[in-house]
Write a new protein. Sequence first.
Length: 208
Amino acid sequence: MEGFLFKKARGESTFGRHNWKLRWFTLESTSLSYYENFSSGSTKPQDVKGIFHTDACTIKDITHPEFIYAFCLEHPGRKPLLLAAETPNLKKLWVKAIEESSVLKPGERPGVMDPAKYLDTLGIDKGKEEAGRGRALSQLTDEELESAFKFKAVKATHDVDPTSETNLAVEQVHEAYNILKKLKAWHISDKSTVMVHYSATVMKGPPG
């Protein structure tokens, strides 16, 4: 996805309009890049100004007196990125696209996502008929998904190797739970393979 967004520039004030600059943004995999100029005689942007990595980021709305369609990208290990769209529909498209990219790994392409492997990580296998475990993602309640996560998380924690600096099993359980929560929130169907698409047409304007 690509198009214009307002970006908060450096400075103390969040509310001053002069601190917000119009930039051309492109989202590829987990890289949200923004540009100031376009190459002469071409519609391609040039001179990337910065890149924000969207993997595992969260999005929240912010209140601004002039930019009413503003939102913020946050990640514990990165500086927040404050953005604003010009219309509510553009904001909706960008937020959805960024949310979809946030569950990808760096370099992974948006497209095919397979909930089955994450269900398997939490022990939710379609072939099993144990309580709450023989269900497809859309059939699971939030409580059942959380229960499966807690069960696996506790087991993975007890199985920690004290000589290891990291516990891959614990990380995989948490990753699976967070991804399944997002997929469920998007009302994903029961299909084991899910096609995730997003697109938007934005008219090119003057460089900001």
